[in-house]
Design a protein around this ligand. Sequence first.
Ligand code: NAD
Length: 450
Amino acid sequence: MNDPYLTFVNSQFGRTLARAVGLPQPAPLERWQPGEQGAIGGPLLVGGGPLSAEVATIGKALAPLALGFQHQALPLEQWQPDSSPPIKAVVFDASGLRCTAELSALPQFFQPLMRHLASNARVLILGRLPDPASDSEGYISQRALEGFSRSLAKELRDGGTAQLLYIDEGAEPQLEGALRFFLSAKSAYISGQVLHLRPTTHAPDDWVRPLAGRRALVTGAARGIGAAIAETLARDGAKLLLVDLPGAKADLDALAQRLGGQSLALDIASDDAPATLVSALGEGLDILVHNAGITRDKTVANLSPDLWAPVIAINLEAPRLITEALFAAGTLRNDARVVLLGSVSAIGGNRGQANYAASKAGLVALAHALAPRLGERGIGISVVAPGFIETQMTDQMPFALREAGRRMNVLGQGGQPQDVAEAVAWLAQPVGGALSGQVLRVCGHSYLGA
Ligand code: NAD
């Protein structure tokens, strides 16, 4: 699936024409390439409050150059706007801002940087939420960071992204995993997100193969996003069981063979699917990815029962019943990770997708509902909500809708299956427990439901 407009406006002629007539110019996004080990492809700038010392220590190992800004006490060379190379990544620790007057530290820090960012720059703001009952001013000051970071994300150019991460007391060991993801090419299509890191189990020992020795099940793996998830989990060391419909068996078998995994032809919405999976996974499961999903788009006026029922059955009921069964049977091991594929349609609603949006909104609720119970055994459950991703599913959309879907986000383009797969693979790590019950959107900071 390609995007001819993106290719055109990034050609020499297309760039000149787009500038002359004022057409939008989405930037090519840098994505993780095989063999790439360094998390950050250029200078990292660190500043702000109490967490910045830890960020500086981690950052020195992740970036070719780590620099301090407005923070002389950090063990880093200070940034010199006129002589330093363009900045690839910025981390500002705003967790120490405790009153509204202190919020002015945000523009003071960022204003001087904005014209010195490299293309595809990554910005991460860290916060810490106090209890609103005992510290209301601290709480509102920290929540104000959401508006700042989301607006900053809309002002970045050239493929730049920005996120806000609230770090709970005790969640600091998850900081390295978060920096490795949000400051690298792995988060190319994620921007404007706000997440809460909570304390969870230890971090991976091996950052190159963080899922080594872990067993993963991916549904709907024969093509599209599911196939990309399978590739990425295998790259990160997981052993795979791949599931798809009997009609997709040839593609499924070929992928499983190439990745050294196993395949199982199964309709996940069939009555016996949960029991079949419990028996196929006798030895246990560490990573469960509910990716299989369908659309049957029609406006509510034309939504017949045969377009409603399968969408709810496959997208929502099957993940619920399978997760419950694998949990009840003890197949899901302690500290397992469950990732549900949602959609931004569920968050913003989408004309002609009431059935699909209902099923995906139900998945968000499923993560909320199960997180406490699964959490008692260290199991994390979260949702990855893609926006417009270039797959066969979106290739079938009418031209005008497809073009609108591609452009209605701050990055001005559709995402690739790899973008979603990177997010799933990241949540399959221990950090997935720190984000249990939450939704991570992979949508280029979509205007839909923003
Ligand atoms: P796709 O249609 O290309 O692939 C879906 C796969 O699921 C297919 O291989 C299909 O055979 C399989 N499948 C369908 N019903 C099944 C069943 N009953 N049992 C087993 N397998 C079944 O879709 P995609 O674009 O790769 O999307 C993957 C997931 O991401 C879906 O849940 C989708 O809703 C979600 N999503 C996609 C986009 C997008 O833009 N492509 C956006 C938001 C969310």
